[in-house]
Ligand binder design. Structure first.
Ligand SMILES: *Cc1c(COP(=O)(O)O)cnc(C)c1O
Length: 364
């Protein structure tokens, strides 16, 4: 058997090859390449899919986060509560606006622990950023209550949770703004960079459209110093194709996860679990082990790839040295960073590949 990579993006391209190629050709032949009718069409479809009133396409997930805090007026002197264990981009969305991240520890599902949010609130707190990490929805109802009680904005980082729900409601629609990435490896992946923001607030949506295009609502009239953060027609057209299949792709991931969950039995490996009332779209299948280094080496010998999401938590990253945190400040976050490992997991994974991985893990 061929080496099993941690991720294979080619498999889901070939599954819908004709549809993707047709969409791409039609863009090339259209003569319109950035912010055009296909972007608008995709924005409408994506808003419809999530259940939000508006979706605004932007250039990346990071830009979605940057623009979300900017449009909410959160910046220098403000604090935002963020999960300690997340991808660095979540935190950068806060700090690029000049605001300060205040970290909170995760729960057993790798999401921000709702019971630890209130202790992190100060007079400067303006918002909470939740990240539906690895595809699983956070405890959104409880977090919404806390935000309401303390008059805080709620922003959701849904870069890993396209289609995941809490109490039957889509992630991205609990807070003021939901931020999505369409980086190729995401559940709803483009063939390049892309992102979107969803909201029910008409003014926020209109302001985001202004900010993503140099701060102009009307051509060559600039009311704010905005950004160039536009979604292009090629990505939008390809995303429309993939969005049509997103539910079946997520369903397939659920099936793979089920086989892993039922098949992996090893005392030194902790398998993931899903919270009551939440769903996971299994962006990653993340196990934990105290013998991680050894396990990675063992899997490599068996030609099985794996990745660590993520080896260094944001509070210990070099780029956030100035925040003054040190090892030991967030022990649960740090324990996870030392123990997590993502197994090979992708649409189009064969049962033979799954079996091989399961057997290898059980024999470890
Ligand atoms: C991928 C990701 C982002 C950033 O998205 P880009 O499109 O790569 O900028 C932000 N947050 C999380 C949790 C992510 O996984």
């Amino acid at each position: 058997m061929e080496r099993i990579a941690a991720n294979r993006l080619d498999r889901s391209f070939y599954k819908y090859q004709e549809e993707f190629e047709e969409a791409a050709l039609s863009v090339l032949r259209s003569g319109w390449y950035v912010l055009g009718p296909r972007v608008e069409k995709f924005e409408n479809e994506f808003a419809g899919y999530t259940g939000a009133k508006y979706a605004v396409g932007v250039a990346s997930g990071l830009d979605a986060l940057i623009l979300a805090f900017r449009v909410l007026g959160i910046g220098v002197g403000d604090e935002v509560i963020v999960p300690g264990n997340t991808y660095i981009a979540s935190v950068m969305g806060v700090t690029i606006n000049g605001a300060t991240p205040v970290f909170a520890e995760p729960d057993e599902f790798y999401n921000i622990d709702a019971s630890k949010i209130e202790a992190a609130i100060t007079e400067k707190t303006k918002a909470v950023l939740i990240v539906h990490l690895y595809g699983q929805a956070c405890e959104a109802d409880r977090i919404c209550e806390i935000c309401k009680k303390h008059n805080l904005r709620l922003v959701e980082d849904c870069a890993q949770s396209h289609g995941a729900k809490y109490n039957d409601r889509m992630t991205g629609t609990f807070g003021d703004i939901g931020c999505f990435s369409f980086y190729p490896s995401k559940n709803l992946g483009a063939f390049g960079d892309g992102g979107a923001v969803v909201t029910d607030d008409e003014k926020i949506a209109a302001d985001l459209k202004m900010l993503r295009n140099y701060g102009s609502r009307k051509r060559y009239y600039f009311e704010e110093v905005g950004m160039n953060s536009r979604l292009d027609e090629m990505q939008a057209a390809l995303l429309s194709v993939r969005l049509k299949h997103l539910d079946e792709l997520n369903e397939e991931r659920k099936e793979i996860a089920k086989r892993y969950l039922e098949g992996i039995h090893n005392e030194s490996i902790l398998i993931p679990s899903v919270r009551k009332d939440a769903t996971s779209v299994w962006h990653q299948f993340v196990i934990r082990t105290e013998r991680r280094k050894e396990l990675i080496k063992y899997l490599e010998e068996k030609e099985i790839g794996s990745i660590i999401h993520y080896p260094i938590p944001p509070h210990l990253s070099e780029c956030y040295k100035a925040l003054g945190h040190k090892a030991g400040d967030f022990p649960i976050t740090e324990k996870y960073a030392n123990e997590v490992l993502s197994l090979p997991f992708y649409n189009g994974m064969t049962e033979e590949e799954e079996e091989y991985v399961i057997e290898a893990l059980n024999a470890f």
